[in-house]
Design a protein around this ligand. Sequence first.
Ligand code: BES
Ligand code: MN
Ligand code: MN
Length: 559
Amino acid sequence: MSKFNKLSLADVEEEGFKPLRKTYSEGGNKTQYSSAKPGSFKFKDPLTDFFKYIDYREEVYVQRLREAVAIKSVSAWPDHRPEIMKMMDWCQKWIDKLGGDSELYENPLKEQKLDDGTTIPLPPILLGQFGNDPKKKTVCVYGHLDVQPALLSDGWNTEPFELTEIDGKLFGRGSTDDKGPALSWLWMVEAFNELKMDLPVNIKMIYEGMEEYGSEGMFEAVNALAKPGKFLDDVDFFCISDNYWLGKNKPCLTYGLRGMAYFEVGVECGAQDLHSGVYGGTVHEAMIDLVRLMGSLVDPDGKILVDGVMKDVAAVTEEEEKMYETIDFDPEEYKKECGVANIGKGELLHKTKKELLMARWRFPTLSLHGIEGAFSDPGAKTVIPRKVMGKFSLRLVPDQNPKQIADVVTAHLEKEFEKLNSPNKMWVKAHHGAKAWLSSTDHPNYEAAKKAVENVFGQTPDMTREGGSIPIATWLEDATQMNVLLLPVGACDDMAHSQNEKFNKVNMMNAIKVLGVYLHEIAKIKGPKPSDCKCEPLSMEDMMIPGAFARGFRCKCEI
Ligand code: BES
Ligand code: MN
Ligand code: MN
């Protein structure tokens, strides 16, 4: 029996789990070990050991994810702030246990101001580090340990904070967004440790606890940490696993995200709620104004009706047109994923693959989210709400500017309110805004990830963009000039933010593998470390190609 088998089996048994031998063949994974007995392998290279070790540990990883999901680290629930602290602590202990260095970095903004005027502490940012060898490159990973709210009564089939396995799917809030992927980095490090394999690069981790609530303080933190001599100063490559594949089986790498502009429009008509039978027909109802205002923003066919919104949207290039053809995406599958297939006429806003992808990735959209203050319980209540606030947001694309969008949206709502001739009080609040992000797929960071995906999954990843937003991708790139790669590990139907969020067990296992191989591939990149580059600052022209001309790539010192 090899040393490795003894080690891993003992370890698994120690934690109270039966060793498992399984074949991970879903999604074209070519790592197959199922028929062999422990100890009967002839290992070809260290990565075979690495894959095998991970395969044995499946139940251990599930159990740890179960522990993490049970911590209700919901950033939108102010009374649950201690749970975020607990989650940060839990993760920090793991970094320490695995031999890393860690620090809870105080949030630069310290406190969060709630709508009622009170303040509560913002959680610290968890910084971790494995290895500090100046000869090695440094990869920094970002993740978030907070989650969206979830209640069984929202329509979950299982308790959202109890990880529940059904048919190889691990259901639970945060399982895919983003606890599962964020923790995979740790289990990958653990596998290297246990196999006595040297980490091929230095790893840094920056994990936050307020992502789902607008990442308050992260912009300031990233900029402070990017200063000379600080935590991010020697980072050569960034990698973020916080988005999803375009389909269920085919892996992809993501080089674009949409930005975001979030708004509240409020109307107030009186000092208290009123009985509609007594007062209806005599007061100017706030909600009647509000639904008109909200209805004036967007057509039922998705067309945004705000003047000036499309002004800066980058034109579609010929090259881009062609790119959609080769991407693996099935509109019928997508229809099922959205859940529209069996509702009403079962139609989407667009029919073709290209139209659907363009609508998600490269055109702005406007969505209505909700009305605060409106009656929304089951049953019938005859009330006239005194004050209602509509919530909506736009997803932004290159080259839209959140500030310009806030201006035109505000002007639009003021103009529409004017038309209503209402005596009520109306206001518009622009919440968080973020620019879209677009990188270049021929960067060595992407090349390395592509090779890693090919190794683990036996297929070449599609290069995709995303409709969602991760503002920190832009912040990291702007503050450090280093390339950012999005390496999604979850499937398209994981249902982040929704009821029954899940992470497939097979995706979790492959995630741990692919992250390790990615680091190997990064270590193989030739040339100086990007963070050592002493080239002239970028020209304005270079800057027009986001990500493509980051330091250390296509610069003079690469030669
Ligand atoms: N993991 C998501 C980002 C995401 C979602 C990327 C879907 C790609 C596809 C992240 O946790 C998230 O929810 N981001 C927010 C950001 C917002 C609060 C600025 C989002 O996209 O709504
Ligand atoms: Mn996320
Ligand atoms: Mn999210």
